[in-house]
Design a protein around this ligand. Structure first.
Ligand code: SF4
Length: 347
């Protein structure tokens, strides 16, 4: 399986999750799906946020762009009535001048009220920041899981289970048609779920249910492992991760996921190339397709350095797209519209 296959599989997993998650039919949670997000040490392929539907709608008041940790500090602690910002906000642990910058940014974005009294900046919240995130689900996509891929994946999943930043971790793989999927014989942590996903039809079956991880308890971050081998007696190095730090990290990841969704791939690809096309696939999904490569191209290949890149001819921009740009711009708008449709309450 080449990269294009893994990339295409990942996009199909995202679409499947958008349509089918949560798996329990009784759940009324809303879902946000994103890809390639995580921490400095660990990036997940697909991330599914299970959200309180009413709170998610209220989150839309704060705009479709993410709130970074500095903005979160301000809007989550902003008072209902006017107050001097240093009285209202907890000590940030870094210089107050950075807090003032965040206050101005929040004001510019229209998500905080500010005024000056006696040369002091006072703030008042516009809306309480809602508690919209309920669960974080991480999915690793491995369409063809051979033994060596399983070894690498096993170490990554052990890391996820130990730190317990996500509520659940899963592996999505392509079904083989065998009575027992071979992935179940691989040495993966039993806490990780296994999903067999057929990318053509978007049908999936759960081969192994995951365990919920203890996100509210201290986690263990594995920093280093013994290199292996019979003579390697060295110990693994690890550190504890405080539950409050995990909560904050989860929210920051969720904010990034809220902003980006999973269709952001088109932002780094070249839809303005004459070979670029979006093709309809089962499940109402528009998948990238490259005529020069004859298939789904990776986001990495479809970049400014692609040797086959050819700009869309200028005449494409003048026939029917007089203002908005050519078809490439239209494709970007199409994906942006779909992204917004999946954020309840967003304009
Ligand atoms: S030729 Fe290159 S730049 Fe053009 S669509 Fe294909 S991969 Fe993208």
């Amino acid at each position: 399986m080449n990269d294009a296959g893994e990339f295409g599989f990942e996009l199909r997993t995202c679409r499947w999750a958008e349509r089918q998650w949560p798996l329990e039919a009784t759940s009324d949670r809303a879902v946000i799906v994103a890809r390639q997000l995580g921490t400095r040490d660990r990036r997940w392929d697909t991330i599914v946020l299970e959200c309180d539907p009413d709170a998610l709608r209220k989150r839309a008041n704060f705009g479709s762009n993410r709130l970074d940790s500095d903005l979160l500090h301000v809007v989550r602690n902003a008072p209902a009535d006017w107050a001097y910002y240093r009285d209202a906000l907890p000590d940030p642990g870094y210089p107050w001048r950075y807090v003032r910058e965040s206050i101005h940014r929040a004001d510019d974005r229209g998500i905080l009220e500010t005024r000056k009294r006696a040369n002091r900046i006072e703030i008042r919240r516009k809306w309480p920041y809602p508690d919209w995130l309920e669960r974080v689900v991480a999915i690793e996509n491995k369409p063809d899981l051979d033994a060596s891929a399983a070894r690498a994946l096993g170490a990554q999943l052990e890391y996820d289970v130990a730190v317990a930043l996500a509520d659940e971790v899963w592996v999505a793989t392509r079904p083989t048609g065998e009575r027992v999927e071979p992935v179940l014989f691989e040495d993966l942590p039993i806490e990780a779920g296994v999903l067999a996903l057929e990318p053509e039809t978007l049908s999936a079956s759960v081969e192994w249910y995951p365990r919920s991880l203890a996100v509210d308890e201290p986690g263990t971050r594995i920093l280093e492992r013994p290199a292996g081998g019979a003579r390697d007696g060295s110990a693994a190095r690890f550190e504890y991760v405080d539950p409050a730090e995990k909560r904050q990290t989860r929210l920051e990841i969720a904010e990034r996921a809220y902003e980006r969704g999973w269709r952001s791939f088109v932002e780094t690809m070249r839809p303005d190339c004459r070979h670029f096309e979006l093709r309809a696939r089962t499940g109402g999904q528009a998948m990238p397709y490259c005529h020069a490569h004859g298939g789904c191209q990776t986001a990495a290949a479809c970049s400014g350095s692609c040797p086959e890149f050819e700009p869309e001819p200028p005449t494409w921009r003048t026939h029917g797209w007089p203002i908005e740009g050519g078809p490439g711009t239209r494709l970007q708008q199409l994906l942006e519209t779909r992204r917004r449709r999946n954020r309840p309450g967003a304009d």
